[in-house]
Design a protein around this ligand. Structure first.
Ligand SMILES: Nc1ncnc2c1ncn2[C@@H]1O[C@H](COP(=O)(O)OP(=O)(O)O)[C@@H](O)[C@H]1O
Ligand SMILES: [Mg+2]
Length: 146
């Protein structure tokens, strides 16, 4: 489905809905949500909404650090990892950050911006954000039923 938004607020509200159904995706490995879209599409805005649903208010964009880890309280998941792979030189750089352990732990949620740069580590449920017809319009595409 494609969901249309017209502001940061609407994109964040949609992200909160996605966050609300993550527990349904709980499995033998981490739940991974992949965020695709051009620079400025709204991946980080979406991430802020998504993290806010888990009580995380202060979100630092992981653009320069590649990964940020948050401990979750009051959730069936223990950690939420927010990756921004834009600056990765190669997917193998993620191995230093223990990506294999992170992806194999069912108690983790992984939100990954630029999964295209993560090679074989870039998997999961896709959310694709595209610019719409007007400056603030965004079209958010996903196979998730929300
Ligand atoms: N409907 C919308 N949804 C999300 N962001 C929007 C929207 N309309 C305008 N914007 C703006 O687009 C930019 C998105 O930036 P950001 O989330 O950092 O992009 P990305 O992480 O995809 O590179 C922000 O400046 C935000 O205010
Ligand atoms: Mg970003």
């Amino acid at each position: 489905m494609i969901h249309k938004t017209n502001s940061d607020k609407e994109t964040k509200a949609f992200a909160v809905k996605v966050a609300g159904m993550v527990s349904e995706l709980k499995n033998k490995r981490a739940v991974v949500i992949s965020l695709k879209g051009d620079l400025g599409a709204g991946k980080t805005v979406f991430s802020k909404g998504f993290l806010s649903a888990f009580g995380i208010k202060k979100v630092l964009s992981p653009t320069f650090v590649v990964m940020k880890r948050y401990n979750l309280k009051g959730s069936e998941f223990k950690h939420l990892y927010h990756f921004d792979c834009y600056r990765l030189g190669s997917p193998e750089e993620l191995e230093v950050l223990k990506i294999k352990d992170i992806l194999s732990d069912p108690e983790n949620i992984v939100l990954m911006e630029w999964p295209e740069k993560a090679g074989k580590y870039g998997r999961g449920k896709n959310i694709i954000i595209n610019h719409g017809k007007t400056e603030n319009e965004r079209l958010i595409k996903t196979n998730l039923v929300i």
